[in-house]
Design a binder for this molecule. Structure first.
Ligand SMILES: [Zn+2]
Ligand SMILES: [Zn+2]
Length: 395
């Protein structure tokens, strides 16, 4: 554990206070003005070159040491969620209806603690870009920063990010090579028929019956079209049609969410869902309109960069606290877009293994109103970042 002690910030308590301050002042996607101002001021004080307003409220802090041309990017997300906090902690959200329920307050604090340690010693050689991203929770802040020229203005040879994970022992590091998180796509299917009297269906073209059939048919995409050894999800989360028991409505709408862990499976799902909607509607004498919205991409961790992150993790916390190849997750993460452009890896850090939402705090899954980031991870997480920088940009 000597590596851990050596990489730890001596001021870790200060960063726990900072985390709780950010937690008390959560901000939604692209509104992270206070958070961005707070961290930008600290990075400037520590000698980083800081640019604000990258892709909205994003911040990039750059520190150059020595002469190496190697460039490393580390990314943390900053946004909160529209959830009313019920954690009961003293530092709970002061903004009604908003809370840091995904631990992005902790991710920001871990990266800042590492930034402080790295600024106060000269233990690396190269260029370090710290990327503080807005709007991870569905807003696509990573894409906005990239559209604003993130990697043209701040080129990186590799990029890494870290997320806390309830249900995994506190401080354990989980790595995975290859596809690690799912793509997320959304579709609205509108079936248009002919409305009429509920007792005289022969004069109508009923979209309710067609919608019911389509919901069942859509379940065959995963069971019959996708390779059984691949993962996929097709969920019809909303089905809306009609208002009265004796009226056949003219339209029915289905809202879908679709996940895949493979780029080919992702396009297969889109193709089959569109084809089924059209053919089912046609068979009932209706018209189908499919509005497809592409969400986050499949997150794919680079093999070489994941191997490097594994080495760093093993040296830092020891083999009993490292999962070398964790399972993939069906959640989504917009760091996937950065990994499509620059090789890198997405690392999970365990929040605590007692996953019981009645316990509150670390016992809650992220996005639960009782959730709170585990502050013990600020030491481990920031030490991982410091070690990774020293390894990647070895002096
Ligand atoms: Zn989240
Ligand atoms: Zn998150």
């Amino acid at each position: 554990m000597s590596y851990l002690r050596e990489a730890l910030s001596p001021r870790v308590g200060e960063f726990i206070q900072l985390r709780r301050d950010i937690h008390a002042h959560p901000e939604l996607a692209f509104e992270e003005h206070r958070t961005a101002a707070l961290l930008a001021a600290k990075l400037s004080d520590w000698g980083y070159t800081v640019e604000r307003g990258v892709g909205g409220t994003g911040v990039v802090g750059t520190l150059v040491r020595g002469r190496s041309t190697r460039r490393l990017g580390l990314r943390a997300d900053m946004d909160a969620l529209p959830i009313q906090e019920e954690s009961g902690v003293a530092w709970a959200s002061q903004h009604p209806g908003l809370m840091h329920a995904c631990g992005h307050d902790g991710h920001t604090a871990m990266l800042l603690a590492a930034a402080h340690t790295l600024a106060t010693d000269a233990s690396f050689d190269g260029t370090l870009h710290l990327i503080f991203q807005p709007a991870e929770e569905g807003g696509g802040g990573a894409l906005r920063m990239m559209a604003d020229g993130l990697f043209d203005r701040y080129p990186c040879d590799a990029v890494f990010a870290m997320h806390n994970m309830p249900g995994v022992p506190q401080g354990h590091l989980v790595l995975r090579e290859g596809a690690a998180m799912a793509s997320s796509d959304y579709a609205t299917i509108t079936l248009t028929g002919v409305g009429g009297h509920g007792a005289m269906p022969q004069h109508a073209a009923d979209p309710v019956v067609a919608a019911a059939s389509l919901v069942m048919a859509l379940q065959t995409v995963v069971s019959r079209n996708v390779d059984p050894l691949q993962a996929a999800v097709v969920t019809v989360g909303a089905l809306n049609a009609g208002k009265a028991n004796n009226v056949i409505p003219a339209t029915a709408t289905l809202e879908l969410s679709v996940c895949a862990l493979d780029r080919d499976v992702r396009s297969l799902l889109e193709g089959r869902i569109k084809a089924l909607a059209q053919s089912q509607a046609h068979s009932f004498g209706l018209h189908a309109d499919v509005a497809w919205r592409s969400g986050y991409a499949v997150l794919v961790n680079d093999a070489a960069q994941t191997a490097l992150a594994r080495e760093v993790a093993l040296a830092l916390v020891g083999a009993d606290k490292v999962t070398l190849q964790g399972p993939p997750l069906t959640g989504s993460e917009d760091f996937a877009f950065m990994l499509e452009r620059v090789p890198g890896s997405y690392v999970l850090i365990g929040t605590g293994d007692a996953l019981d939402q009645r316990l509150g705090g670390g016992g809650c899954m992220v996005h639960h109103p009782g959730y709170d980031f585990n502050d013990d991870n600020i030491a481990v997480g920031s030490a991982f970042w410091v070690s990774l920088v020293r390894r990647f940009l070895g002096a």
